[in-house]
Design a protein around this ligand. Structure first.
Ligand code: NAI
Ligand code: 15L
Length: 312
């Protein structure tokens, strides 16, 4: 996408950017940083936000209110969509904010001819991969809860709106974006605020993205994610969790590797519900019945209840 004009201070200027979720942790970080990229920044949230500064418009709206989201999109050149429930909750709570709400954002973008959306997805789209695996955006999703499922829906929505309507999206599978990493898991998943800004700016300004998916992580020494297929987005992380390692390891005892929250990338999110099958910590191979005789099929248990053979 081509920004409409350039400014001498930032080199970039979108006529009007929309930031949803502006009252949240990342919304408050990005609000002043995105203002530098646009002539008008429209910020929105369900809850009250700071008053409008110069070149800002503040609009309270519930994402599940289609009429309100349609109005939000008027005159917008690109969207950074952060709004929604950001942790695991009951499906009934996730549904209006994250699933219906994200649908409203894409529908309104289509109606108003908005060409690009940066979608705050999450690492919890693949939270049920183990911490011993390296995951890339082309691997199947393995959401670790209803929250992760809602982000998986959002990514699929983004792909659909690109394939059908040509609206471009970069889906950011954000790791853990906080002022600093605070536990051992975050040594792998941390995304600094400055790297978050670099990621969002790259996602807004890369020339051609179609629907691209990229993990949002700093240049951490330990990583579970491989962004090699997303180089065209042009994101380069400059921070790292490494300077925090000594302090974190001194504060937090080594974790028990047999515990689900340590075993899986989603950490504590995977323990928000029952876990019926702990996957073995070896590469998985597809299960193939040893005797594929049709005469056996009626008496075979459903595939989902067939136990994995030892080691595979
Ligand atoms: P947050 O929970 O602090 O902010 C989310 C904002 O969305 C809140 O201000 C909330 O009022 C608003 N919101 C919730 N339901 C809404 C609704 N129905 N209508 C309108 N607004 C609504 O979350 P945070 O940390 O700022 O994250 C921003 C986005 O990035 C979220 O979509 C989150 O899922 C995603 N993300 C964040 C990560 C992180 O490490 N902070 C990691 C992975 C993804
Ligand atoms: C997320 O998706 C959440 O929004 C954030 O609050 C963190 O829990 C983060 O994932 C994480 O995995 O650390």
């Amino acid at each position: 996408m081509t920004p409409a004009s350039t400014s001498s201070t930032t080199g970039l200027s979108f006529p009007r950017l929309l930031l949803t979720g502006a009252a949240g942790g990342l919304g408050r970080v990005l609000r002043p940083r995105l203002k530098a990229l646009c002539e008008v920044l429209r910020v929105s949230d369900l809850v009250p936000m700071d008053a409008a500064g110069p070149g800002e418009e503040v609009v309270r709206a519930a994402l599940q209110d289609q009429h309100a989201v349609r109005s939000l999109m008027q005159g917008v050149s690109a969207v950074v969509h952060l709004g929604g429930i950001s942790t695991e909750h009951a499906f009934e709570e996730i549904l209006p904010a994250n699933i219906v709400g994200t649908y409203h954002v894409y529908e309104a973008a289509r109606e108003h001819g908005v060409p690009r959306i940066v979608f705050a997805s999450s690492n919890h789209v693949t939270g049920f991969y183990t911490q011993r695996e390296t995951v890339n955006p082309q691997m199947p999703m393995r959401p670790d809860g209803y929250y992760g499922l809602s982000k998986a829906f959002g990514e699929n929505l983004a792909q659909f709106y690109f394939d059908r309507y040509g609206i471009e999206t970069v889906s950011l599978r954000i790791g853990s974006s906080f002022p600093q990493p605070t536990d051992r898991r975050m040594l792998a998943s941390w995304l600094s605020y400055d790297d978050l800004e670099r990621l969002v700016v790259a996602a807004l300004t890369a020339p051609v993205v179609g629907h691209s998916v990229i993990y949002g992580m700093s240049d951490n020494r330990l990583t579970w994610w491989d962004n090699a297929t997303s180089k065209h987005v042009g994101f380069r992380a400059l921070d790292s969790s490494e300077p925090f390692r000594v302090a974190i390891e001194a504060q937090q005892a080594p974790l028990d590797p047999s515990q689900p929250a340590t075993m899986y990338q989603g950490g504590g999110f995977v323990t928000k519900g029952p876990i019926v099958a702990l996957v073995p910590l070896v590469p998985l191979v597809p299960f193939v019945p040893l005797v594929p005789s049709e005469s056996l099929l009626p008496s075979m248990p459903p595939v989902s209840s067939v136990p994995l053979p030892p080691g595979g």
